[in-house]
Design a protein around this ligand. Structure first.
Ligand SMILES: O=C(O)CCC(=O)C(=O)O
Length: 284
């Protein structure tokens, strides 16, 4: 579990922790009402199962199908990708509002050291019994240059070891991007596993609904399976890149500053250090 030093909440303290550790937690950044609005809007839309064009259902990556069989809790509740790009659905304006929420801006700006640009939103339901997401580095997928991406992981439920809470590997925040190995698909719904360097271990980050975990694109992180019988572990996850980025993967089409204006960032060319594996990776 994290130490008291990592429980501080001012912008300066979060930015300092982020600089030192590659991650930081802002406690209670969003109110109970905010959290309820997000939770209820997504749950209502998911009441009849996956939503065409929004929920991740049968997207193959290379030769691997991401389809879920009927016994898998994720078959009814797969994650929703880029909900902010769906103004026609109730989740669209909600995802856009929180992705560009004024409470996130000063923290991200202090952590990134530049104007942050939003490039992605995702909603994870992670119902009881759902598999986790194996250890990985986000910039393998986003391919941001010359710096890296930053995630704002907004807890919509309390999240801990029991219901599939988040894991981070302290000390990996300045690591090169490592080409992943195959994940154990009996425990994880994603394909990739990045092994922490010798002597470094994943640490659980315990969050309350409304807390936000920030982490950089090099930090190895992931999540446990949800071992609880009754507790969902929902989260709204947004990714940001520095305004001065010169490259970003072709799979990410949003480039929005917090004032709603667009930034021009070129597509990352070629296969990247992991060759074709990386070029086809798409969303993580
Ligand atoms: O929420 C999770 O279980 C994992 C999310 C994650 O690793 C990510 O957004 O990069």
């Amino acid at each position: 579990m994290l130490s008291m030093k990592q429980e501080t909440n001012s912008t300066a303290a979060c930015a300092e922790q982020f600089e030192t550790d590659g991650f930081a937690v802002a406690r209670g950044l969003f109110s109970r009402k905010d959290v309820e609005t997000i939770r209820e809007t997504f749950m209502k839309l998911a009441a009849n199962g996956p939503v065409e064009g929004l929920s991740e259902t049968h997207r193959p990556i290379g030769n691997v199908s991401h389809g879920y069989d009927a016994s898998d809790p994720l078959s009814f509740y797969p994650r929703m990708l880029q909900p902010h790009t769906h103004p026609e659905l109730p989740v669209g304006p909600v995802a856009m509002k929180y992705m560009l929420h004024p409470s996130l801006h000063p923290l991200l700006k202090a952590m990134i050291g530049q104007e942050p640009v939003a490039v992605q939103s995702m909603f994870y339901f992670k119902p009881p019994g759902a598999r986790g997401q194996d250890l990985h580095q986000d910039n393998f997928y986003l391919r941001v240059k010359p710096d890296t991406c930053t995630a704002a992981w907004i807890a919509i439920d309390d999240a801990d070891e029991d219901n599939g809470g988040m894991l981070v590997v302290p000390g990996t925040q300045n690591m090169e991007i490592v080409c992943p190995q195959a994940a154990d698909r009996s425990l994880y719904f994603t394909d990739h596993h990045v092994e922490p360097p010798a002597g470094m271990k994943p640490v659980a980050v315990k969050l309350k609904a409304g807390d936000v975990l920030f982490f950089n694109g090099s930090l190895i992180h992931g999540s446990y399976p949800n071992a609880s019988k009754t507790r969902f572990r929902r989260s709204l996850i947004c990714h940001y890149v520095p305004q001065n980025s010169t490259e970003l993967s072709q799979w990410y089409t949003t480039r929005l500053r917090f004032d709603g204006t667009n930034v021009d960032i070129a597509h990352a060319e070629g296969g990247g250090p992991c060759g074709n594996l990386q070029a086809v990776a798409g969303q993580h």
